[in-house]
Design a protein. Structure first.
Length: 200
């Protein structure tokens, strides 16, 4: 009987461990953790974190130590291809060299990323999924976002003709500046996200 209980306990423990999601992300947006597809990332991070998951960058550009880009490089993935429009869903990125010698941007850190479900005013089919802190995803409403992160500071919400809203969240903690810009359609919810995190 004792052996049977030990075996049952072991099975229950293994089941609980299998059920744990090691890819959970922080509930605090300031931590800049997010999921792209089913992969977890955290800004700032090495571009290699994206590269190993199939994200491709064609450009090659050398950065000096402490230098950074502001050109918004396009990164794409063969897994996210819109056949009807003959284009890949892409991400825009900027890079910073935290090292002590010059290196290619592919070997530098990503400090700024932009995601979108829309290109040239049309929705991209077969695009990537995204998950932000507190389960905010494509299509999340302003009410859901405010419930998750709280209201934005005064002046950080703008509504535009044509039916879209921009919400800006900012924070400086431990000499790191974090900024999250969320674009929402009145009739479609969240459709674009810009995340950035870098030393102040």
């Amino acid at each position: 009987m004792k052996k049977l209980l030990v075996v049952l306990l072991a099975v229950l423990l293994m089941t609980a461990l299998v059920g744990c999601d090691k890819e959970d992300i922080s509930d605090n947006w300031v931590d800049m953790e997010f999921k792209l597809g089913n992969k977890k990332y955290s800004l700032p991070c090495s571009f290699q974190d994206f590269s190993k998951n199939g994200w491709l960058l064609e450009e090659s550009y050398e950065l000096q130590p402490a230098d950074y880009t502001i050109d918004m490089y396009e990164v794409w993935n063969k897994d996210f291809y819109d056949q009807g429009r003959d284009l890949y869903a892409f991400i825009l990125m900027d890079f910073e060299n935290y090292g002590d010698k010059a290196q290619d941007i592919k070997d530098c850190h990503v400090y700024w990323v932009a995601f979108s479900t829309i290109y040239d005013d049309e929705k991209i089919s077969n695009g990537y999924e995204i998950e932000l802190a507190k389960k905010i995803k494509w299509g999340s409403t302003e009410e859901e976002i405010v419930a998750a992160y709280g209201p934005v500071e005064e002046g950080n919400r703008e509504a535009y003709e044509g039916g879209y809203i921009i919400l800006v969240y900012e924070n400086t903690t431990k000499n790191m500046y974090s900024r999250m810009v969320l674009y929402l359609l009145d009739d479609g919810g969240l459709y674009s996200v810009i995340l950035s995190k870098y030393p102040e």
